[in-house]
Design a protein around this ligand. Structure first.
Ligand code: ZN
Ligand code: ZN
Ligand code: ZN
Length: 375
């Protein structure tokens, strides 16, 4: 899920992130943070175990205390080589010992802890049994903005991932669509993402004709035909940071209606992008994009939020959705991806990753947003 840590960050960077996280946890009234292998652990320490198993690995952060990484003895040598290791105290436990008792000895017996969302249930149950006085909150709910504001090095990595996804789109425009299966074009997209530097491909959606009306459709065996709209939505991780972009292409000449719906989504995407500026609320981006589609009479066919954050994962807070009133802050990075889905017929989605700058938004995807005709 997480890939490897990029080389751009130093031990000092990781130490600063851990200090910031511990401070934010204290401000949120938490006794500390418990972080299992996954995107939060990668972001905080640069450490990814070679395999995530039933053996407990857990980072413990608490304000005013040194960070501790509880780790299986056989994985301790790997953990010692993690980029963030200089700031960590390792506490290893050996097979046959109770890792929860060992962890419990390090925690406030009646504390409330933020725990990373992807922690296995068996580990949380083990901790609750060892320390019945403790309680737990989802780390993402308690500190939703922990990873949301990217520093300059992170933005460079996200821009590079976006440029690589753009390069993949420029190439896929030239491949044959008509007469090939969605899964064939998806395989092309995956190999292009890898060719342009992605170490991990998270999704390569190729949704042709009526399949495009289902935003959750990934790929199937449908053979793409002349006359199809085809939604392409693809992304993954390059050097530890995410890409995610969508373009909708047409096989041969589109009808007037197809062109009109495509232009409408492009206008909505532009309106969402123009709403991006420091101090605007996340929901303002959703409202701006949605208003364009609603005003044209297609409101009921835009059936998902307008965007999501991106960083060491391809989907994370902040979310561009009605009700999300948190303000946009320079350095935030997220998708703007309105769509129109006409059941049984076709769909259109256009998606760019956008970052908030001091005076507006900056796109990290820059391929053509007008309708691309493919063969
Ligand atoms: Zn058509
Ligand atoms: Zn996408
Ligand atoms: Zn997206």
């Amino acid at each position: 899920m997480t890939g490897t840590a990029p080389a751009s960050f130093t031990a000092d960077d990781y130490e600063a992130r851990m200090e910031r996280a511990a401070r934010q946890a204290a401000e949120a009234g938490l006794a500390g943070l418990l972080v299992a292998p996954g995107p939060d652990l990668v972001w905080l320490t640069g450490y990814t175990p070679t395999a995530v198993t039933e053996r407990l690995t857990l980072l413990i952060l608490a304000a005013g205390r040194d960070p501790v990484l509880v780790v299986p003895t056989l994985e301790a040598p790997d953990a010692e080589r993690a980029p963030g290791a200089p700031a960590l105290t390792l506490r290893d436990w050996t097979d046959g010992k109770d890792p929860y008792a060992a962890t419990a000895a390090l925690l406030d017996a009646d504390g409330r802890f933020g725990i990373s969302d992807n922690t296995w249930a068996m580990h949380l149950l083990g901790l609750q049994k060892a320390l019945p006085g403790t309680s737990y909150a989802s780390l993402t709910e308690a500190l939703p903005m922990l990873r949301a504001v990217k520093d300059a090095a992170e933005l460079d990595l996200l821009a590079a991932a976006g440029a690589a996804a753009d390069a993949a789109f420029e190439e896929i425009r030239g491949v044959a669509f008509a007469g090939r299966r969605e899964s064939d074009v998806a395989a092309d997209l995956a190999s292009l993402l890898r060719r342009f530097g992605h170490s991990q491909v998270d999704f390569t959606i190729v949704a042709s004709g009526p399949n495009g009306a289902n935003p959750h459709h990934e790929i199937g065996d449908r053979v793409i035909e002349r006359g199809d709209m085809v939604v392409l939505d693809f992304g993954g991780l390059k050097d530890g940071y995410g890409s995610d972009t969508s373009r909708t292409v047409h096989v041969g000449e589109p009808t007037d209606e197809e062109r009109r719906v495509h232009d409408l989504v492009r206008e909505a995407q532009e309106a969402g992008f123009r709403a991006v500026r420091p101090g605007a609320a996340c929901q303002d981006v959703d409202r701006a994009a949605r208003a364009v589609i609603a005003d044209a009479g297609y409101g009921e066919y835009f059936i998902h939020r307008t965007g999501h954050g991106i960083g060491v994962t391809t989907h994370e807070p902040p979310y561009m959705i009605e009700g999300e009133e948190r303000p946009l802050v320079p350095g935030m990075c997220f998708s703007v991806e309105p769509g129109v889905y006409l059941p049984g017929r076709f769909g259109v989605r256009i998606e760019d990753i956008v970052t908030v700058t001091e005076d507006g938004g900056r796109r990290l995807n820059n391929t053509a947003r007008d309708m691309v005709i493919v063969d």
